[in-house]
Write a protein that binds this ligand. Structure first.
Ligand code: DC
Length: 227
């Protein structure tokens, strides 16, 4: 058994992070949140006020150091785990992710990160979540999942989550932001969000997290990739 790679793709707000994190813990695998990497670049781009061009973004991508340490994401030496989660960064990340230079840099960074982990030998494999893991980054991943739910359901989940944090939020605004990001992520020319042909598609619309996890583990078991 080699280093097992599991790809988890799907649209914004579908719960990929929760799913990927739980799966990685259970499978003694390293968890790679590729969206967080795009968010780091978006944060640096906003801060440095770089022009919006493929070349400027390429330079930014080449200069920016991104790493995962425990549960934290470190960008150019600073812990940016909380800062990158704002709504502004969500839409900036989606916006810059359409540029071919950024996608190329991210592809190389993600592949080398997994290679380093594989060589270090601390984990049995890697669980990567994103938009193009099963289609572009690791097209020969051992197992691929595409997690989906309607924009309305995702917006409602996000709305309820924000309400718990005692804020004043508008459901319609949340839905509009989700629809915009879906449109951007699914319609870009390079590596658009779509399910790989051999991905297991899970619509979580009528499922709770326990049911999703149970189904995922059943798929892992029946795939026999760990035997
Ligand atoms: O998963 P996330 O919401 O944190 O990702 C933020 C944005 O980054 C997302 O809207 C599109 C982009 N992204 C991408 O293009 N490819 C990935 N593999 C992961 C994220």
């Amino acid at each position: 058994m080699g280093f097992i790679i599991i790809a988890i793709d799907g649209p914004s707000g579908v719960g990929k992070s929760t799913i990927a994190r739980k799966l990685s813990t259970e499978l003694s695998s390293v968890y790679v949140d590729t969206g967080a990497m795009f968010r780091c670049l978006a944060l640096c781009w906003g801060r440095k006020g770089c022009p919006e061009s493929d070349l400027a973004l390429q330079e930014l991508g080449e200069q920016t150091r991104i790493s995962f340490e425990d549960e934290k994401i470190i960008c150019d030496g600073f812990d940016v785990s909380d800062e990158i989660r704002s709504e502004d960064i969500s839409s900036l990340a989606s916006r810059i992710s359409v540029y071919p230079s950024i996608r190329e840099i991210m592809k190389n960074k993600q592949r080398s990160l997994v290679k380093e982990e594989s060589e270090a030998g601390n984990y049995k494999g890697a669980v990567l979540e994103g938009r193009d893991i099963g289609t572009v980054i690791f097209p020969s991943a051992d197992l691929k999942f595409y997690i989906d739910a309607s924009p309305q359901i995702r917006a409602k989940r996000r709305y309820l989550q924000l309400l718990k944090q005692n804020g004043d939020f508008d459901f319609q605004e949340i839905l509009t932001a989700i629809l915009e990001r879906d449109h951007q992520d699914k319609n870009r020319n390079v590596a658009p969000l779509k399910a790989a042909k051999d991905a297991i598609i899970i619509d979580t619309g009528n499922m709770n997290i326990e049911e999703v996890m149970q189904y995922l583990f059943e798929c892992v078991d029946s795939s026999k990739v760990y035997t």
